[in-house]
Design a protein around this ligand. Sequence first.
Ligand code: GLN
Length: 199
Amino acid sequence: TPVIGVLAVQGDVREHRAALESAGASSVAVRRPEELATVEALVIPGGESTTIDKLTRIFGLRDPLRSRIADGMPVYGSCAGMILLADRILDGHRDQQTLGGLDITVRRNAFGRQVDSYETDLEVAGVAGGPVRAVFIRAPWVEACGPDVEVLASVETEGGPRPVVVRQGRLLATSFHPEVTGDHRVHGFFVDMVRGTTA
Ligand code: GLN
């Protein structure tokens, strides 16, 4: 059983832990470098990316996280977690930093401030069994991706299609929150990545 951490400085940690356990993993809350050292993979939950950035720095997790990512640890970032994994941010807060690793440019709060949240059904490449209910809450989208990034799902917008699920090697990110729907297939996809059973 893969042991997967959930970064637990802020955000919806409990829901991700429950989803991981339903998908066949065991989960650990990660708040300290010693806890990070015990896990083979990590989920960065949704919440507020500026706060998660600040707290990971205060808790001494930033450098250990960056080096685990560089060493190839599988990481799944949802919403604020996608922002933390992005190499570049648009509309970031002044002084906001990311951990990086994913060769993408994300736009924070991309769906517009007036649209706090919306839901849609999305086909996600590699996730079998029909569309996934995608719940977007003050969500980012991907504005640009490097050549090694696979786009697994996009949404149509006035400006054209915008990627909302991307993968680059062992890093996976979604703009939306699959942990709130009771459908654990996205977490299952990540657990399979951790097991090394997906291409
Ligand atoms: N808007 C938030 C941010 O910029 C992300 C929202 C979320 O994770 N639901 O961090």
